[in-house]
Ligand binder design. Structure first.
Ligand code: NAD
Length: 508
């Protein structure tokens, strides 16, 4: 929309002290300093430089944000707005996001070190998510119940759950926010969003677009900070639902805290997904899919295809193709279009990946590519794309989420083997299958225990299609029509057409 591009954006930070911009919290439509006046640094993974300071929101800020969201959902214009009007405002927001996508993507890339090409695509897709849910707002119909009681008319209403807490990880901040905020706003909920402490700035800037779109103040508030801020949010009395994406440890804790307050949750957690290549596969395509599955975002994605199961008859040839292809990958500055593999997002994550490489070697796996850090690039937070062969599925390198560019190759003989090994894992987020047999495709899709099965493709996701995990990979589904159900509660209304109420003491 032409109008959208003319807004006075970016908002920019609250203030600049010395050379560093300071970002505040977003409450009631205002960008404010945190009550504590405390800030923490946000740094660029590529060169390790601190580029901004982020508000460390405490319980007082969280309380103000939740109260603001509660008022907006119960007393403000949002509460009485029709679903169609909510949809109209969401479409404006979507247009603003599209118009400002490259600037938002630049902030995200600066914070999480992902490739500019990937982050730009993700941010543009945020606009598509919002358009999809804007359209759904007035199409999510309730029902008239054909009840067994004579003379009464019963119907259901979908009502918003109330204030929802949205907590996201560092790898795809705005994208994973949109997965939750889209259905939440379409349902009429209000929200407090807490981005990861490593990638907060894009959400604060996004909040300015929410105001510019005309979404009333208080409908979306933003709290920045770490686990303590998140806990204050999850345990707040007025929060009805928690939409969380992140690691299993935090997910489990959030589930426990939410259960104590009888709140509902959607949890999108980690994975250790099998990417299974049969001997009848188109190997050239399969290699590209396997590489995208594990080395995109330097393996820092929940859907990483980190276990490569290859049929033994093609194992050696396929591994050779893989090594030849990956060896050409260019590591470097994620801001440059030619870079193919970027840095690791945080120092802790870098240490974790390096320790898993050592664990794999000690377990007896054979490192056939990479396996080393690259201190010579940027600030040195790079890990070479790494491939281990001779991996047994019982090894830690096959069972635990590394969240880095480390691929474990496991041979198998038969379809039954592939299914047994593929399912022999605590996670169940996704699985890939490469075969030219339709019969085998359908059979594998039926028998693999995961929320998403990709046949002859990998990493496809869409606003139209439900996404979520089996087993330890999560609770609930995001995206698609289904997702809105997590943000509504159903009310049943009974209307009697008979004005005479039966004698309560009479015979029935
Ligand atoms: P993390 O669990 O450490 O943090 C995620 C978010 O939770 C952050 O905002 C953090 O501040 C907050 N948090 C942490 N502890 C909390 C607590 N006790 N109470 C409330 N909030 C708390 O995850 P991360 O390191 O940022 O991200 C990596 C993890 O996320 C990986 O395990 C990955 O698999 C998972 N992930 C899953 C998906 C998915 O859709 N399934 C997508 C991306 C990432």
């Amino acid at each position: 929309m032409a109008q959208a591009t003319q807004l006075p954006l970016p908002r920019g930070p609250l203030a600049t002290h010395g050379d560093l911009p300071h970002y505040g919290v977003h409450i009631d439509g205002e960008h404010r300093a945190p009550v504590s006046k405390k800030y923490f640094a946000t740094t660029q993974p590529y060169d390790g430089k601190t580029w901004a300071m982020i508000a460390d929101a405490g319980a007082e800020d969280v309380n103000s944000a939740v109260q603001s969201a509660w008022r907006a959902g119960n007393e403000g214009p949002w509460a009485s707005m029709s679903a169609s009007e909510r949809g109209r405002l969401m479409r404006k927001l979507a247009d603003l996001v599209a118009a400002n996508a490259s600037w938002l993507a630049d902030i995200e890339r600066r914070d999480n070190g992902k490739l500019v090409t990937e982050v730009s695509g993700q941010v543009k897709y945020v606009a598509d998510y919002l358009h999809y849910y804007a359209g759904l707002a007035d199409k999510f119909e309730s029902s008239v119940i054909p009840t067994d009681k004579k003379g009464v008319f019963a119907y259901t209403k979908h009502e918003p759950k109330g204030v929802v807490a949205i907590i996201t990880p560092w790898n795809s901040p705005l994208s994973l926010t949109a997965w939750k905020l889209g259905p939440a706003l379409a349902a009429g909920c209000t929200a407090v969003v807490k981005p990861s402490e490593f990638t907060s700035a894009s959400m604060i800037e996004f909040a300015a677009l929410i105001e510019a779109a005309g979404i009333p103040p208080g409908v979306v508030n933003v709290m920045t900070g770490g686990a303590k801020t998140g806990e204050a949010l999850v345990t707040h009395d007025k929060v009805a639902h928690v939409g969380f994406t992140g690691g299993g440890e935090a997910g489990r804790k959030i589930y426990e805290m939410a259960a104590r307050g009888l709140k509902t949750v959607t949890l999108e957690l980690g994975g250790k997904s099998p990417n299974i290549v049969f001997d009848d596969a188109d190997q050239e395509q399969a290699v590209k899919g396997v590489v995208a599955g594990i080395f995109a975002a330097s393996g820092q994605t929940c859907i990483a295809g980190s276990r490569l199961l290859v049929q033994r008859s093609i194992h050696d040839a396929f591994v050779k193709r893989l090594i030849d292809f990956v060896s050409t990958a260019k590591l470097g500055d994620p801001g440059l279009e030619e870079t193919q593999i970027g840095p690791i997002a945080t120092p802790a994550q870098f240490d974790k990946i390096m320790s898993y490489i050592e664990i794999a070697k000690k377990e007896g796996a054979k490192c056939v590519l990479g396996g080393k850090a690259r201190p010579d690039i940027g600030a040195g937070r790079f890990v070479e794309p790494t491939i281990f062969t001779g991996v047994d599925n019982a090894m830690r390198i096959a069972q635990e989420e590394v969240f880095g560019p480390v691929l474990s190759v496991i041979p198998f003989d038969t379809e039954e083997d592939a299914i047994r090994i593929g399912n022999d894992i605590a996670f169940g987020l996704a699985a890939g299958v490469w075969t030219t047999s339709l019969k085998r495709s359908l059979m594998m899709a039926d028998r693999l225990k995961a929320g998403t099965i990709w046949i002859n493709n990998y990493r496809s996701t869409s606003f139209t299609s439900p996404f979520g995990g089996y087993k330890q990979s999560g609770v609930g589904r995001e995206s698609g029509i289904e997702a809105i159900r997590d943000y509504v509660q159903t009310k049943c209304v009974w209307i009697s057409a008979d004005l005479e109420v039966a004698n309560p003491f009479g015979r029935r």
